[in-house]
Design a protein around this ligand. Structure first.
Ligand code: AMP
Length: 169
């Protein structure tokens, strides 16, 4: 089973992915988690991504497409995977489509998860405070709002994109 969890930051993609991992026995592939590991390990990719992530912008399609291309080739993905936080732009979705065609694989479904905007901002700001991603409460709320704006502008078009392919649930 190959699934995408699509939804704004704070909607609960990570939480739902945990349930699905257990139920389906396939791994979660989160570009955000992989980028955070790269930051923790101070790799060149992590160092390049940190500033962009801290201000709530998206890292380049090139970087995340590369991460995913490498990850889905690993042995634990052979029975499927759950993508969370990728794709986040139409070019990323196109790149994923091309990767899957090249490997002879198909997506089973794109599951949209959402929550009301105030809840999303509160959850993301709280998480940023807990992980020390921002110094002031103002910064937390500001970055949370920025991330939602980025979602609406660049990622939400994927709802229509995947609905058009008959994959949206
Ligand atoms: P997440 O954990 O999915 O909320 O991602 C945290 C941050 O990592 C995002 O705000 C982006 O800066 C970056 N990121 C994660 N996934 C992607 C992606 N597919 N495309 C671009 N940036 C991403």
């Amino acid at each position: 089973m190959r699934l995408i969890l699509l939804g704004p930051p704070g909607a609960g993609k990570g939480t739902q992915a945990k349930v699905l991992i257990e139920r389906l026995g396939i791994p979660q592939l989160s570009t955000g988690d992989i980028l955070r590991s790269a930051i923790a390990a101070r790799t060149p990719m992590g160092l390049a991504a940190k500033e962009i992530m801290d201000r709530g912008d998206l890292v380049s399609d090139e970087i995340v497409n590369g991460i995913v291309a490498e990850r889905i080739d690993q042995a634990d993905c052979r029975n499927g995977f759950i993508l969370a936080g990728f794709p986040r732009t139409v070019p990323q979705a196109d790149a994923l489509g091309a990767m899957l065609i090249q490997k002879g694989l198909k997506l089973d479904a794109v599951i949209e998860i959402t929550a009301d905007p105030d809840t999303l901002v509160a959850r993301v700001a709280k998480r940023a405070a807990e992980t020390g991603a921002a110094v002031r409460a103002d910064d937390n709320a500001e970055v949370a709002r920025k991330r939602l704006d980025v979602y609406r502008e660049l990622t939400e078009p994927l709802v229509t994109y995947y609905r058009g392919k008959g994959l949206l649930r």
